[in-house]
Write a protein that binds this ligand. Structure first.
Ligand code: MSP
Length: 484
């Protein structure tokens, strides 16, 4: 049996879930569900990133204890994903006790090995990114992502020998042993490493209290990214009682937890690609673990041409979508909003239009008309799904290539063809039952085939249509998508 391990980033709890987080999470869910359908042994991990300067500041502003603050926001992420029918196998929090212990064990291992050493960091730090910055990273002296001047920092720290792994990383990436997709993203990373080179990176903070204590020097806390990356291991249940971060050296329990290792696909957007392709993979090399198989980078959503942000008041929350369109329609609208891997511009106007065109008038109307005509004419079909091998093949190709919007388009072409046949042949005007059957049966078969393939995207709607159209006597069902 093939295994499929997929991850989303662990999201910062400085903010409640919005449509950007939702995009990554729904895409990961679609992939996880699709691989389960294919029969792959699948593990899907998501969660929250709760330590570090940014969260410490935010909780400080709100005058609450950082853990109590993180509990509240983390619960909102969990709730949002449950509402959206996200099928994650675990929800990891970086404040989980098991995670904290495992991070300490992993860092101790890297320290003992000589990959972490006492040094000093003098330079810039962007709290928004939680990243050390060089002048080259700034635009007009500001962090281009957060539009603030980074803080000047000078403190003793424990540094990770990232430079030691530079050549090995380049080789892995160039030879696609670590696939970075789409291809332009791979080129970006390769040219960054070749041009700028990898410098050692500070892995501890002396002035940040809200973090995991460095096990051999409790006056430091672990750099939040080093802590966060390890979620991909601890989220599988890797626990320090395994004795070592290396599965072959650990206990049976440790090995069992790592049976899914390494990640088949790590989904994220471009903002955090560089750190995932460098620091994270180098940590794995240091730990003696296989590196990730694929990093897939999707685009950024903008709202009406503008960056989404609280100051602009244009943030779309998953709840706003669910309330307006329902769960499955929201999942469809998000996944079809942009070419996966490219930026997309979204708005409620566009969502309304797409909802009416593709769902109310498209899928919803076609299934209603066809099932109604079948019931009225007392036809019996007994359809079995999967008759159209070409369709399955085309759809699967797009899914395999992470072209989710394309996969959906392929299905909608079939639905549109059904619509055209109906308008053309007007079976409701005919009397002859055989003639009516000849028109309706292939359309009903197409609807069933499409509904089966739709399952990863719209699990509940798919199940309803499949049940309806594989029944001996197809009956008109409830309206699936009321017009907006
Ligand atoms: N905590 C870190 C990740 C640590 S992973 C070891 C972090 N968190 S985040 O909350 O800022 O999430 C960033 C991710 O959220 C992006 O990479 C992307 O997956 C998703 N998105 C956030 N805003 C987005 C858009 N506007 N558009 C699309 N996706 C975006 O970084």
């Amino acid at each position: 049996m093939k295994k499929f391990y997929i991850t989303t980033p662990v999201y910062y709890v400085n903010d409640v879930p919005h449509i950007g987080h939702t995009y990554t999470t729904v895409a990961a869910d679609v992939l996880a569900r699709w691989h389960r359908e294919l029969g792959d042994e699948t593990f899907f991990l998501t969660g929250t990133d709760e330590h570090g300067a940014k969260i410490e500041t935010k909780a400080g502003e709100m005058k609450i204890d950082p853990k109590a603050y993180a509990d509240g926001i983390s619960a909102k992420f969990l709730e949002a994903w449950q509402k959206l029918n996200i099928s994650n196998d675990n929800f990891i929090r970086t404040t989980d006790e098991q995670h904290v212990k495992a991070v300490q064990t992993a860092l101790q291992f890297m320290h003992d090995k000589g990959d972490i050493y006492l040094g000093k960091y003098e330079g810039l730090y962007c709290r928004g990114c939680e990243q050390y910055k060089s002048d080259r990273d700034l635009v007009d002296g500001l962090c281009p992502d957060h539009k603030v001047a980074p803080e000047k920092m000078s403190e003793e720290c424990y540094s990770f020998r990232l430079s030691k792994y530079q050549d090995q990383l380049l080789e892995l990436i160039k030879k696609d042993k670590l696939k970075i997709l789409p291809a332009n993203r791979k080129n970006e990373v390769v040219s960054f490493i070749e041009k700028e080179g990898l410098e050692d990176v500070s892995f501890s903070r002396k002035n940040i209290k809200w973090g995991i204590p460095i096990p051999w020097d409790k006056s430091h806390t672990v750099y939040v990214w080093a802590d966060a990356f390890l979620n991909y291991l601890t989220g599988l249940g890797w626990d320090p009682s395994a004795g070592s971060p290396r599965p072959e050296l650990g206990t049976k329990a440790g090995q069992a937890a790592l049976k899914f290792w390494p990640p088949t696909v790590q989904l994220m957007s471009k903002d955090i690609l560089r750190v995932h392709a460098t620091i994270w993979q180098a940590m794995l090399l240091s730990l003696g673990l296989p590196t990730s198989e694929t990093i897939f980078v999707h685009g950024y959503f903008q709202i009406n041409g503008q960056k989404m942000g609280k100051s602009l008041g244009n943030v779309i929350a998953p709840d706003d979508l669910i309330k307006k369109y329902g769960v499955d329609a929201s999942r469809y609208l998000i996944m079809s909003a942009a070419v996966f891997g490219h930026d997309g511009d979204i708005s409620f106007e566009k969502f309304d239009e797409k909802y009416n065109a593709d769902l109310a008038n498209g899928l919803g109307n076609l299934t209603a008309r066809v099932s109604n005509l079948i019931e009225k004419n007392n036809l019996e079909f007994n359809l079995k799904a999967g008759s159209d091998e070409k369709l399955v093949e085309n759809f699967s190709k797009s899914m395999q290539a992470f072209q989710f919007d394309e996969a959906l388009k392929i299905l909608w072409l079939v639905l549109r063809a059904g619509d055209e046949v109906l308008s053309d042949k007007k079976p409701w005007k005919l009397e002859d039952k055989k003639a009516i059957e000849k028109i309706l049966k292939p359309i009903a078969q197409n609807i069933l085939d499409v509904a089966v393939l739709l399952k990863p995207f719209m699990p509940e709607v798919s199940e309803k249509i499949v049940a309806q159209f594989s029944a001996k006597q197809i009956k008109k069902g409830e309206s699936l998508f009321p017009r907006i």
